[in-house]
Every structure is written in structure tokens, then in C-alpha cells.
Write a protein that binds this ligand. Structure first.
Ligand SMILES: Cc1cc2nc3c(=O)[nH]c(=O)nc-3n(C[C@H](O)[C@H](O)[C@H](O)COP(=O)(O)OP(=O)(O)OC[C@H]3O[C@@H](n4cnc5c(N)ncnc54)[C@H](O)[C@@H]3O)c2cc1C
Length: 434
């Protein structure tokens, strides 16, 4: 859609809204009084940000919404583990921003936000420009902690080539896949899993499952060793049941107390060294280090000493910076997990709250659902679900809701869950990008 078409659309919507304003005193005062539309800037076009930008325009078409995102398209982490298995390719998990721009009228600025001035209400961009906003929504995701900031000794940026993390999808996913393809049958793949909190609690274990599916088909004498910085993990019983059923002894998991925490790596020899000095040499190593909120959130004062961003659970407005809402993995929204589903729901909550606050209305009282599916083997998936609500600004689990797939389910149930998983992926990406 051209700029002129967008402004024609805006005028038509303005006329409709102005007419409605007479009957609906709760409309945004700026619109009702015929002032210029308010401007909301969204930083980050992933699960939280793309959703927020679209839903802002859906709820308040006259609002001016600018999405700041450096990339031309978005590659999802969800289903990137399936690329490692060879079940999917990268184009099938890559999504265009065209509908956000052309259908919804979101303006996209291809740049990186490098600073936020909450007093002046401006965002500074790497390219040198700055954008002023009435409200700001930030959903920039995570960074991997470097060695000097609580990461793993030796795991600096240069080490990401020899020992890929593949925790941000794209080139890293393809690099890890190539290394797996080049590995001899009978080799050892070692995965270092991070401590809590981190992006996608079931992610490392779905990854081990997908690599086991590939090995079973192509390199059946190979081994998978998971060295874990945690004592337990998401859907553990279900994963371990599926591993025993499909992969026998192929996958070994070492917990924190069994000396699973990797504290140092040597990329040259692909060696991972644990807390109590055990050395594991891998043919292919996948290191997923400790994490914190992405740089823009930390550097602009949105994060606290934990490295994550405290928010009001009802509106996702920052507890540290008024007028700025933080959603997705960067926010502290526990007990909600750091998942794409959660970020998508939080993006809608923030959009709703921003529209209400700009109209000087009381924001609603949201509740959320999260389901995380994990593929374990061909036609075999499992899930965990939770239901949450905000009480006095804090997010809590709703008692007695949610849970995991039954452990005694038969193969037909697991097969159905793999169909539901695919349907979930299609529907959430369509919700965000069409
Ligand atoms: C292997 C793996 C599998 C996963 N599987 C699932 C799953 O099955 N289901 C599920 O629900 N979740 C899954 N997740 C988790 C999910 O990917 C994240 O929880 C989700 O992406 C978080 O959304 P977000 O908006 O916080 O960040 P992202 O989706 O990462 O989006 C952040 C965006 O911000 C942009 N950005 C960053 N900094 C700036 C800046 N300074 N200026 C402008 N833009 C910026 C980035 O380019 C990016 O586009 C998985 C994660 C991994 C790693």
C-alpha cells in the first residue's frame, strides 16, 4: 500500500471514528478532538513486537505505529530445531513484514534502536535518526551472556563458529546443521544447556530429540550428551520417556548435581569443561550459554540487576521507565515462560493497554494461556500448558489449570500432538504476519 493510500485509509477511518466518538465518549481524546494521531513506536519485530504493532493498528487504526527492526524478514526460533533434523528448511520458517506494512499500515524503519530517552520520549537509532513517541513498546529478545558478564569462560563471539549456539535462528542454525551433516557415524554431539531463566525452557531437549531423529536415520552409532546447568527441566518425564522409546541409550542427560554445569570451553579442541573439572570432547558441540535481556533493554535502563526487565503484569509497562512497555523474553513475566506464545500474548496485552492509556481509560485485567509443543520423534510430540492472570500487577498461575501431556498416552495421542504443534506454528505466525 502506498503512503497516499495509507493516508486515504486513515482519513476514512478518521471520519468513521469521529462519527463514533459522538456516541462513544471513551474514545481516545486525541481522536475525538481531531488532534494529530498519537505515535506509538515498537522496537523489535519478533513474537512480541510484530504482534504488538499489528494489534495496535487493529484496535486503533488511526494510531501512527512505527516498527523499528533491522531485518527485512523474521526467522522464527520455533521450528528451527526441525531445521537441524532436516525436516524443515529456513525459508519455511522465514516471514515477511509486508502484511504489517501494506495491510495494517505499520510504518517500518529498517534500523536498530540504540538509546531511549524516557523524559524526552525519543528513541535513538544506529543510523543517527531519532523517533519521538507518545508510548513505546520494546520487545528485543535476548542476548547471550559473554564470559565477562556471567557467561561461559572461553565462549566469546569467535567461539560461536566452532561451537555454534544456534539460539538465534538463521546462519547459526545452518552452521550447526552443516557440522552435524559432516560428523562421522559414531561421533559424539554435546549440548550445554543453560541455567534458568532462559529463552524457551523445553528448547534444548526438543533440540536433542531432533538431532537424535537425524542420527537414528543417518548416523545410528552416534551419541548425544546433554550437560545441564539445571537439576530438572521442562516436560522432563515426557522427554525421557520418548527418548527411551525412540532412541534407546543414544541420549544421556547429566544434571547439575551430577556435574553437568559447563563453566569453560576450548573451541580449538571442542572441549567442554564442567564445574568439577570433567573434560568432554565433542565431535560437534552446541553451547547455549546463560542469557539476559537484549542490549537495548539493558543499556537504556529498562533492566534491573538480574539483567531482565521488571514490568507491571497488567500492562507490561516498565517498573523503571514510565511510558515504556517491555514484552517478550526481555521482560520478567514469570511464571509465564520465555516463549513465543507468551510474547505474542504479551504483545496483545501491551497493545490493548497502550490504546487504553492513550485514551485515558483504565486498562483491562488480562489473562493468558501458554502452550509449548515439542517434537520428540517423527509423528510424536508432547506439550505443556499454563493459564495465568494479573493480580495487583503481579502475574500468577491460575490454580488447577494447565499441565503436561499424559505420560500414559498411546502413540495416537502423540501423533495428534504433532499435528497440533504444526497447526500452532501456522496459526501463530499467521496471527503475527498476515
Ligand atoms: C530453539 C528454539 C525453539 C523455540 N521453540 C519455541 C516454541 O516451539 N514455542 C514457543 O512458544 N517459543 C519457542 N521458542 C522461544 C521463542 O523464540 C521466544 O520466546 C520468542 O522469540 C520471544 O519473542 P521476543 O519478541 O521477546 O523476541 P524475538 O522473537 O527474538 O524478537 C526480537 C526482535 O527484536 C529485534 N531487535 C533486537 N534488538 C533490537 C534493536 N536494538 N532495535 C530494533 N530491533 C531489535 C530482533 O531483530 C528481533 O527481530 C524457541 C526458542 C528457541 C531458541
Amino acid at each position: 500500500m502506498s503512503k497516499r493510500e495509507i493516508s486515504r485509509l486513515s482519513r476514512r477511518r478518521f471520519t468513521q471514528l469521529a462519527a463514533a466518538a459522538a456516541a462513544a465518549p471513551l474514545l481516545a481524546p486525541a481522536v475525538a478532538r481531531g488532534q494529530a494521531a498519537a505515535h506509538v513506536v515498537v522496537v523489535g519485530g519478533g513474537f512480541g513486537g510484530a504482534t504488538a504493532a499489528k494489534y495496535l493498528k487493529k484496535k486503533a487504526p488511526d494510531l501512527r505505529v512505527t516498527l523499528v527492526e533491522p531485518n527485512e524478514s523474521f526467522i522464527t526460533c520455533p521450528y528451527s530445531n526441525l531445521v537441524l533434523a532436516g525436516w524443515r528448511d529456513l525459508p519455511s520458517i522465514t516471514h515477511s513484514y509486508a502484511a504489517l506494512r501494506d495491510r495494517w499500515g505499520v510504518e517500518q524503519v529498517r534500523d536498530e534502536a540504540v538509546g531511549i530517552d524516557a523524559d524526552a520520549r525519543t528513541v535513538t537509532l544506529a543510523g543517527g535518526d531519532s523517533l519521538s513517541y507518545d508510548r513505546l513498546i520494546v520487545s528485543p529478545g535476548i542476548d547471550l551472556r559473554p564470559p565477562e558478564e556471567g557467561g561461559i569462560a572461553g565462549y566469546d563471539e569467535a567461539a560461536h563458529e566452532a561451537m555454534p549456539h544456534a539460539w538465534k535462528p538463521g546462519a547459526q542454525t545452518l552452521l550447526l546443521r552443516r557440522q552435524l551433516e559432516a560428523m562421522e557415524d559414531g561421533g559424539t554431539f554435546v549440548l550445554a544447556a543453560p541455567p534458568n531463566p532462559f529463552r524457551c525452557p523445553p528448547g534444548p531437549y526438543e533440540r536433542a530429540s531432533m538431532i537424535a531423529a537425524y542420527f537414528k536415520a543417518a548416523k545410528p552409532n552416534s551419541k548425544i550428551l546433554i550437560l545441564d546447568a539445571k537439576e530438572r527441566f521442562s516436560k522432563q518425564g515426557l522427554f525421557q520417556q520418548g527418548w527411551a522409546q525412540h532412541y534407546g541409550e543414544m541420549i544421556e542427560w547429566v544434571s547439575l548435581s551430577a556435574d553437568g554445569k559447563v563453566v569453560e570451553v576450548d573451541p580449538a579442541s571442542k572441549t567442554l569443561i564442567t564445574e568439577f573439572g570433567m573434560e568432554h570432547t565433542a565431535d560437534v558441540a552446541n553451547v547455549v550459554p546463560p542469557q539476559y535481556a537484549k542490549a537495548i533493554a539493558r543499556n537504556s535502563g529498562l533492566a534491573d540487576e538480574s539483567g531482565w526487565c521488571p514490568v507491571d503484569g497488567r500492562t507490561f509497562e516498565s517498573a523503571l521507565m514510565p511510558g515504556v512497555h517491555v514484552v517478550g523474553d526481555a521482560s520478567i513475566a514469570s511464571p509465564m515462560p520465555k516463549s513465543g506464545f507468551a510474547a505474542n500474548s504479551q504483545g496483545k496485552t501491551a497493545a490493548d493497554a497502550v490504546v487504553a492509556l492513550l485514551a485515558e481509560r483504565e486498562p483491562g485485567n488480562p489473562a493468558w494461556v501458554n502452550t509449548c509443543y515439542s517434537h520428540v520423534a517423527p509423528d510424536y510430540a508432547i506439550s505443556v500448558a499454563g493459564v495465568y492472570k494479573a493480580v495487583d500487577g503481579k502475574i500468577v498461575s491460575i490454580e488447577g489449570s494447565g499441565g503436561v501431556s499424559p505420560t500414559d498416552a498411546d502413540d495416537q495421542v502423540r501423533q495428534l500432538e504433532s499435528v497440533y504443534a504444526d497447526a500452532w506454528y501456522d496459526s501463530i505466525t499467521s496471527d503475527m504476519f498476515s
